[in-house]
Design a protein around this ligand. Structure first.
Ligand code: MG
Length: 342
């Protein structure tokens, strides 16, 4: 199988700040797999939080050859053999996994949602993420997000209550909160009790991932549901956190792709955990890949492509926040041209 890759710098509409970092751009890698004249595309958006760096991804790619991959093998076997060469980098595994799913979908004339047995009419509404910012900027961002019925608010700052009050001065729409490990047990409990009165649906990752014991205590007392993000990388984490959270946030860049994400969906259901599909700041390639799984989950937070101003692809679209899947085979993404929407 032939493969190529290219690098791309995605520029953010606003600097994106969460409790541990602030960024204006992210460097990503697109991977292209070609077999018998058909090409599939995938994306790696490495995250510092998971100790994955753009340069490491590039160095690893330079060492990879897929010449010995047997295209007649089942997709899972081909993926296993490719993953062995990814040196554990989940975002790189996700990129190959996406590209191979796209390629096979195109060869079989099947949109990915069909391949996953997902009903495209049952996609959820995605939330729109508001990063940490000055209160007046947060207010502007909330106004810009008028088309989105659900907001996801990044907290874990000294001004958490002021941030929520500022938003509540402008809108009463549903809020999800993501503390990105920014609280301790006392703060988390006080905030969950306070947020419950503010039309907040759930709280994502209130405590540091290293502190599962306190998360278990918090879950017993919190009036709001708790969703694991940093505490749930892939399916192997699910049994460990089932008593500490009410649900999990699956991200392709954390877990290593669609195949593992499907495994997580099945395992979460067996453990009575709710499921959110989330993302990093990513282009429409990776967001569309995740969106094909979205009819199988409870919540979507797939707005990474909306936060950037130079998305090179078009794929999943939004109507008042609802994800509209492309019907073309594979991922169904296309390169954005001037004649297509901006
Ligand atoms: Mg999160």
């Amino acid at each position: 199988m032939d493969f190529q890759y290219s690098t791309y710098r995605i520029q953010l509409r606003h600097p994106f700040t969460i409790s541990r970092s602030s960024k204006n751009f992210y460097d990503i890698v697109f991977i292209y797999l070609t077999d018998k004249g058909v090409t599939g595309v995938g994306e790696a958006a490495p995250s510092d939080r998971y100790n994955e760096k753009f340069n490491q991804i590039l160095r690893t790619l330079q060492s990879i050859s897929l010449d010995d991959i047997d295209e007649s093998d089942p997709l899972e076997k081909q993926l296993d053999r490719i993953f062995e060469r990814c040196q554990g980098y989940r975002s790189l595994m996700a990129a190959f996994d996406m590209a191979l799913h796209d390629l096979r979908g195109k060869q079989n004339s099947t949109p990915l949602y069909d391949y996953f047995g997902a009903n495209p009419d049952q996609t959820p509404v995605t939330s729109f993420t508001i990063g940490i910012d000055k209160l007046e900027v947060i207010q502007e961002k909330v106004e810009e997000a008028a088309d989105f019925p659900i907001l996801k608010i990044k907290l874990g700052t000294q001004d958490d209550k002021a941030i929520i009050n500022t938003i509540r001065n402008v809108t009463d729409k549903k809020i999800r909160v993501d503390a990105n490990e920014g609280w301790n047990l006392d703060e988390a409990l006080r905030m969950c009790e306070w947020l419950e009165k503010k039309n907040v649906e759930f709280v994502e990752q209130p405590l540091p991932a290293s502190n599962i014991e306190d998360s278990e205590k918090l879950k017993e007392q919190s009036p709001l549901k708790l969703i694991a993000d940093e505490n749930c990388m892939n399916s192997t984490d699910i049994p460990k956190i089932r008593n500490a959270f009410d649900g999990i946030n699956i991200k392709l860049m954390k877990c290593g792709g669609l195949f593992e994400a499907l495994k997580m969906i099945r395992l979460a259901r067996e453990n009575d955990l709710e499921i959110m599909l989330g993302c990093m700041v990513e282009s429409s390639v990776a967001i569309t890949a995740a969106a094909h799984l979205s009819p199988l989950v409870d919540y979507a937070d797939l707005d990474g492509n909306v936060l950037i101003k130079n998305d090179p692809y078009i794929g999943v679209r939004l109507k008042e926040g609802k994800l509209l899947l492309p019907i073309e085979p594979g991922l169904g993404v296309q390169i954005r041209t001037k004649n297509k929407e901006s």
